[in-house]
Design a protein around this ligand. Structure first.
Ligand code: C2E
Ligand code: MG
Ligand code: MG
Ligand code: MG
Length: 291
């Protein structure tokens, strides 16, 4: 009996692996066609100064509108694209799209906020900085309206494979954020050598600040470290006003998260830009009064 059960379990296990592989192969084939078919789009998530509620930036986040499977999360297809090299053309598409969007905003007479673009380490090994920044020149986008986000672990990997990168990044004057900061393995020594401008504190710490003293201490430390290195701090994944107030008390006032808005499409983002010069769009609602 035991053997038969074990056999059945193995069989089911094999089937589920096959299922996964089939989906993976299918997705991979679809991914190759998706750029041509125009299935990618960018969402924009506001970065907000707290407690004023002022819009101070956007993060561009990639979405894949699959004709059959619907919206597919980047967490699913980015690793696939990194494994098969598709991330290189895809990453180029993202930078072009971000620049073309900023250029359109400028043409409409809006005053845009800086847009940050996530860049995969695979792309930075393949492409040089000139290639990465080509769309800025093509669309006449000023350098201070585009930033890049590199995850902490990606940054460390990439500088080992592409020794010229640090110098090239420095020379480019591009603003660079370390994404998911606190989850990687960078040493203080290496951080000091890197041309970094911004720490983006990973949302896992923020989400634990309500119940974990340790998470609160880590946030406090990262903010202190940023100050010591003269870097800016952005906090991601802020979902509650309590979290926002705690972060503010630590000296971190630029935030991103569902408290303000989830990532939104182009029309919504354009609407925010139309209002942001005379309106603190994301200000906390006034406390409601009783009758
Ligand atoms: P990330 O760069 O750390 O982006 C933040 C992620 O957190 C986004 O997920 C965003 O929707 C989500 N988020 C924002 N606020 C909140 C919040 O308050 N609570 C929670 N629970 N989540 C929040 P998304 O858009 O699914 O992207 C996932 C990851 O995929 C990104 O993490 C980034 O690493 C990668 N990614 C997205 N777009 C691109 C891209 O164009 N190129 C590359 N290479 N990677 C990308
Ligand atoms: Mg990011
Ligand atoms: Mg992040
Ligand atoms: Mg992330």
């Amino acid at each position: 009996v035991a053997r038969r059960d074990g056999g059945a379990r193995t069989q089911r296990f094999k089937l589920s692996i096959l299922e996964d592989v089939r989906t993976r192969v299918e997705l991979e084939a679809d991914l190759r066609l998706a750029i041509e078919r125009n299935e990618f789009l960018l969402y924009f998530q506001p970065k907000v100064e707290w407690p004023s509620g002022r819009l101070v930036g956007f993060e561009a986040l990639l979405r894949w509108r699959h004709p059959v499977k619907g919206m597919i999360s980047p967490d699913l297809f980015i690793p696939l694209a990194e494994a098969n090299g598709m991330i290189v053309p895809l990453g180029r598409w993202v930078m072009r799209e971000a620049c073309s969007t900023v250029a359109a905003w400028l043409r409409q007479g809006l005053s845009p906020v800086p847009v940050s673009v996530n860049v995969s380490p695979v792309q930075l090994v393949e492409d040089d900085i000139d290639e990465l920044l080509r769309p800025l020149a093509d669309f006449a986008v000023p350098l201070d309206l585009i930033e890049i986000e590199l995850t902490e672990s990606a940054m460390m990997d990439v500088i080992q494979q592409n020794r010229g990168l640090i110098a090239a990044l420095k020379a480019s004057n591009l603003r660079i954020a370390i994404d998911d900061f606190g989850t990687g393995h960078s040493s203080l020594g290496s951080l000091r050598r890197l041309p970094i401008d911004i720490f983006k504190i990973d949302r896992s710490f923020v989400q634990d600040t309500g119940h974990s003293n340790e998470a609160r201490e880590i946030v406090t430390m990262i903010v202190a470290m940023a100050r010591a290195l003269a870097l800016d701090v952005v906090v991601e994944g802020v979902e509650t006003q309590e979290q926002a107030d705690f972060l503010l008390a630590q000296g971190a006032e630029i935030m991103q998260g569902y408290l303000f808005s989830p990532p939104a499409g182009l029309e919504t983002a354009t609407g925010w830009l139309q209002r942001h010069q005379n309106d603190d769009i994301f200000a906390a609602p006034l406390p409601t009064r009783g009758p």
